[in-house]
Ligand binder design. Structure first.
Ligand SMILES: NC(=O)c1ccc[n+]([C@@H]2O[C@H](COP(=O)([O-])OP(=O)(O)OC[C@H]3O[C@@H](n4cnc5c(N)ncnc54)[C@H](O)[C@@H]3O)[C@@H](O)[C@H]2O)c1
Length: 319
């Protein structure tokens, strides 16, 4: 298969590229084009081409989508914190550029498997205790609104037969390697990563705050799995809430204590941040994984397990 990844220099995009190129990849890859604002790191693999493209440029979609592309993993995005403070940038990157990609796919590569990474941030407000794939989207932030608009657009273009979209809503990914990022849920990685590096982490929300989390490894495997699903299996609603673990910040900290001891836990300090607290409080913390598990998506065993994997695979990584 000829595959393109946008956002390939980012945290998940770079891991997705590695996983696609590995011998065990569930998706056979003949050619892989990696796209990001800055040229993604190169590979010594003859299947790989790297491109520096700003997806908001008028020629970008045409450069990214060639008629022989089979699968597009569209991960490039401005994350929640940045999209909230810069509405115009968020709309351009998260919505306008996605629309340009879908329109180009419709014209040049109809039936393209368009794998799109959406978010728990499409939900907000007065949610039922447990939500499922059919719960109405009610975002209370610009990032979630932009992602929700793309979900609807992709669903409608698929209904027309213009593309073959597979939209996966990602829980919060923890533990992220590297440094804090522009997502309002960045602390969900920081409260583990920084103490394991002997550094203080300021947690902006209360220990009772519940989150839905997934490990980087599992979410990347699930994103690839989305591309392998048979064409019509997601019809009529091509959006899947990827399985996550429902856990409170306090429980995450206790998992850290179990793995790394109380000294590590003492490095987590609390200082409320009202914007973050308000936005995170609107995200759902429980969703029904039944449909996703039936479709073959995977779920992590426990948060203790996630921390142990992070220590084994990622502790020293910078990105
Ligand atoms: N990490 C999470 O917890 C999480 C949760 C839900 C959804 N997601 C989604 O998963 C995807 C990947 O997230 P991530 O954590 O790897 O984010 P990231 O910020 O590490 O990567 C995003 C990449 O997009 C690129 N990008 C941004 N604007 C661009 C532009 N104009 N042109 C080209 N490239 C551009 C950035 O340079 C970056 O490398 C995103 O779509 C995000 O919305 C992530």
């Amino acid at each position: 298969m000829n595959v393109v990844v946008t956002g390939a220099g980012g945290f998940l995009g770079s891991r997705l590229a590695n996983a696609l190129l590995s011998k065990n990849s569930k998706l056979p890859v003949a050619r892989l084009v990696l796209v990001d604002l800055q040229e993604p790191p190169s590979y010594e693999d003859p299947r790989v081409t790297t491109l520096a493209i700003n997806i908001t440029d008028s020629s970008a979609a045409d450069r990214i989508i060639q008629s022989d592309v089979h699968v597009l993993f569209h991960l490039a995005a401005v994350l929640s914190g940045q999209a909230e403070v810069d509405l115009d940038l968020g709309l351009r990157v998260n919505f306008d550029a996605t629309r340009a990609l879908v329109d180009t796919a419709r014209r040049k590569a109809p039936k393209l498997r368009f794998v799109y990474t959406s978010t728990v941030g499409v939900f907000g407000g007065n949610l039922p205790e447990v939500i499922n794939d059919l719960t109405a989207v009610t975002p209370e932030n610009s990032y979630g609104t932009e992602k929700a608009m793309c979900e609807l657009l992709l669903n409608d273009y698929s209904r027309h037969g213009y593309v073959d979209a597979r939209v996966v809503r990602l829980p919060t990914v923890s533990v992220r390697a590297g440094t804090a990022n522009a997502a309002v849920t960045s602390f969900a990685s920081g409260i583990v990563r920084e103490p394991l590096n002997g550094e203080v982490c300021i947690c902006p929300v209360d220990t009772k705050q519940q989150l839905l989390v997934t490990s980087p490894y599992t979410v990347v495997q699930n994103i690839i799995h989305a591309a392998t699903l048979p064409m019509d299996v997601l019809r009529p609603w091509r959006v899947v809430n990827l399985p996550g673990i429902c856990i409170s910040v306090g429980e995450m900290i206790e998992a850290l204590r179990e793995v790394a001891g109380s000294e590590a836990v003492s490095l987590v300090k609390f200082k409320r941040d009202e914007m973050i607290e308000r936005m995170v409080a609107t995200f759902p913390s429980k969703w029904d994984n039944t449909r996703a598990l039936r479709l073959g998506f995977d779920v992590d065993k426990s948060f203790v397990d996630i921390i142990r994997h992070y220590i084994r695979d990622d502790l020293k990584r910078k990105v």
